[in-house]
Design a protein. Structure first.
Length: 182
């Protein structure tokens, strides 16, 4: 059960309603994470604004790969369920691609490098080694793209932390541990 206040539908602040309309159009409903964020419209604006801005960096599968790798590394069950759903239903990723991304791998060498790097960013609180940077560069990422990778990882960590603190009720299909049958 969620530990932070989730406003009742009639109590959603006016400032959150336009965000709810856009989110509802994308998902067909308003996920619990956004319902919780609605209790503070400024935070809802920050999260949705950052997500919108970062949708313009890197390609969608790379962003999904980062989201899955980071959510697994930070242990956010809510975000794993959400990002697995989005990656599959909206991003065209297979169950195998999703499991590999969660494990910091991919069949695509470039996405494998980004998944490993994103997990290193999380595991070492941004203090990655020269070898970590060399590996992601050798996969073909430029320094501006590395800045994008780190920024997407931090944006995912933001929602991971919010959902871990809240213990947000999962409203997406459950995600089994890596390596088990779906």
């Amino acid at each position: 059960m969620s530990r932070l206040t989730v406003p009742a539908p009639d109590d959603v602040p006016a400032g959150a309603q336009s965000a709810f309309d856009a989110i509802g159009a994308q998902f067909g409903f308003v996920p619990n994470m956004f319902k919780t964020l609605a209790s503070n419209p400024a935070v809802l604006d920050v999260v949705t604004g950052l997500q919108a801005a970062l949708s313009r960096v890197l390609d969608a599968k790379t962003r999904h790969t980062i989201a899955l790798a980071v959510s697994e590394a930070s242990g956010c069950d809510y975000c794993l369920a959400l990002h697995s759903y989005v990656s599959s239903e909206l991003g065209g990723m297979s169950s195998e691609d999703i499991d590999l991304a969660r494990a910091g791998r991919s069949t695509d060498p470039k996405r494998a490098a980004v998944a490993r790097f994103a997990q290193q960013v999380v595991d070492f609180h941004g203090q990655v080694s020269d070898a970590d940077l060399a590996e992601v560069r050798s996969a073909g990422y430029t320094d501006p793209q590395i800045l994008s990778i780190v920024t997407v990882a931090v944006q995912v960590l933001l929602t991971n932390f919010i959902n871990n603190v809240n213990q947000t009720d999962i409203d997406f299909p459950d995600v089994p541990p890596i390596g088990t049958t779906r």
